[in-house]
Design a binder for this molecule. Structure first.
Ligand code: NAD
Length: 467
């Protein structure tokens, strides 16, 4: 199938093409159109033309359009899921879950409305906070959840009256392009557009005066560049960035329950989740049993092509990430003890056996940096206060988990973790109505919840004298 960029309501070829690699085979899966600077300018201009009419519609009218988009996707779940597995690598059941999540997000936002807030009302005065849309939103997404993360920007931006230019990561553009092709028949020209680049248009979008808001999800170093290029126009932005989330196991936890949850939380999507478990702190007395349990789960995992039935862990999404992980493993091997895995799998794809490492010092790279792959360090603690301090000793502050037999004790520990979300005895529960975002260098702003929708709007206080 030939993929097109959606610009001004029309699917068009790019100025060039990008080879999209299937990470399970290392082979070219498709040629994606690559947009030129001129095409980026055309799409910004088309978005500017589309904004007045779209923003004047009511929430209910825009919601009806989003609902039609969800309806158009529903019969195509399997098609989207297979394409997602082939471009991103995740097992087909996880891909299907992502596609269903994207449709559920469209359904959810289709029914939302931001109502004016009455801040003060008396015989003398009425003060109301209204919200109005910002204009053209650049939605810039990473390669780990290409479809879901993009729709989690597109849907709230559109329902609040903005128009969107969707820019996927260069290694996973296909599901966004297919989404654009479906939207082409439903949304007015210019309301949603798709631009594929080779990591060269993000800067243009984030500094362009025609863009009002950049909704960015990606790494912390790139997020800092967005922050810099948005400065000149004082552009609004939301930055959802990297994490190095700690899982803290308390001494009353039941390891038979906790170990599988931690393993899943560290290896789902081959560990390429911003909120994955990226380091584990456990009481010293539990370390041997925990490592044995995690090692057993690692050896039982089925690593392979996500299209094959029974695969539990797919390949790492791209070669650069694969090589970065091999570097992490090589350093971890020299400083610590590999309990399981520690090797790439033979074959042309980017497969890494799930890897558990113990006995690392706190300043090891695998402990301090974001690995973003199925490689997990397990660290011992003697004192809970010390474990909390070590968990907080990070530039990141995205998520975290606490595992315990006593939920109140868990909540007390969670309340001392410096990050945007902390789960107790569960993980990766992200309801659409609950705001989510990073502390410290894990981000600025919120997605989801009312706050997430408000991030796509400007507050306007109308302050009227009544007498
Ligand atoms: P990345 O920062 O390399 O790329 C993200 C996006 O930014 C891509 O679309 C890329 O083309 C674009 N980009 C590149 N240069 C740019 C520039 N100068 N200006 C604007 N955009 C530019 O990230 P990645 O490697 O694709 O994704 C992995 C990272 O994303 C990890 O750090 C992960 O933790 C993070 N992430 C965060 C969240 C969250 O919600 N906090 C969710 C998923 C992933």
């Amino acid at each position: 199938m030939a993929y097109g960029l959606l610009i001004d309501g029309v699917l068009v070829a790019g100025a060039a093409t990008i080879d999209v690699i299937n990470p399970a085979t290392g082979e070219v899966l498709a040629a994606a159109p690559r947009a030129s600077t001129e095409q980026a300018e055309q799409s910004i201009a088309a978005a500017g033309r589309a904004f007045p009419a779209w923003s004047k519609l009511s929430f209910a009218e825009r919601g009806a359009v989003l609902e039609r988009l969800a309806e158009a996707l529903r019969p195509r779940v399997d098609e989207f899921a297979r394409l997602l597995t082939r471009e991103q690598g995740k097992p087909l059941d996880q891909a299907k879950y992502e596609v269903l999540g994207a449709i559920a997000a469209l359904d959810y936002y289709a029914a939302q409305e931001l109502l004016p807030k009455v801040l003060r009302e008396s015989a003398k005065e009425r003060i109301v906070e209204q919200r109005y849309p910002l204009g053209v939103v650049a939605a810039i997404a990473p390669w780990n959840f290409p479809l879901l993360l993009m729709v989690l920007k597109v849907a709230p931006a559109l329902i609040t009256g903005n128009v969107v230019i969707a820019k996927p990561a260069p290694t996973t553009p296909l599901t966004t392009l297919l989404f654009g092709a479906v939207a082409a028949d439903i949304l007015p020209p210019g309301v949603l557009q798709t631009l594929v680049d080779q990591n060269d248009l993000g800067g243009l979008l984030s500094q362009h005066p025609g863009i009002a808001h950049v909704s960015f999800t990606g790494s912390t170093p790139t997020g800092k560049k967005v922050l810099g290029s948005a400065a000149d126009t004082l552009k609004r932005f939301t930055l959802e960035l990297g994490g190095n989330d700690a899982a803290i196991i308390l001494d009353d936890a039941d390891l038979t329950k906790v170990a599988p949850s931690i393993f899943r939380g560290a290896t789902a999507n081959a560990g390429q989740i911003c909120l994955a478990v990226k380091r584990v702190y456990a009481p010293r007395a539990m370390i041997d049993d925990l490592c044995a349990a995690l090692g057993k789960l690692a050896s039982e995992a089925v690593v392979g092509n996500g299209l094959e039935q029974g695969t539990s862990i797919g390949p790492v999404q791209n070669k650069a990430q694969f090589e970065k992980l091999l570097g992490f493993i090589a350093e971890a091997r020299s400083e610590g003890t590999i309990v399981a895995g520690g090797e790439p799998l033979p074959g042309p794809g980017y497969f890494i056996a799930p890897t558990i490492v113990r006995d690392l010092p706190d300043d090891a790279r695998l402990v301090r940096e974001e690995q973003f792959g199925p490689v997990l360090p397990v660290l011992a603690y003697d004192d809970l206060d010390d474990a909390i301090a070590r968990a907080n000793d990070s530039d990141y502050g995205l998520g975290g988990t606490v595992w315990t037999g006593d939920v109140e004790r868990g909540i007390a520990v969670a309340s001392r973790i410096e990050s945007g979300t902390v789960w107790v005895n569960k993980h990766l529960d992200l309801p659409f109505d609950v705001p989510f975002g990073g502390a410290k260098q894990s981000g600025i702003g919120r997605q989801q919840g009312i706050e997430g929708m408000e991030d796509f709007t400007q507050a306007r206080i109308v302050n009227a004298a009544l007498s």
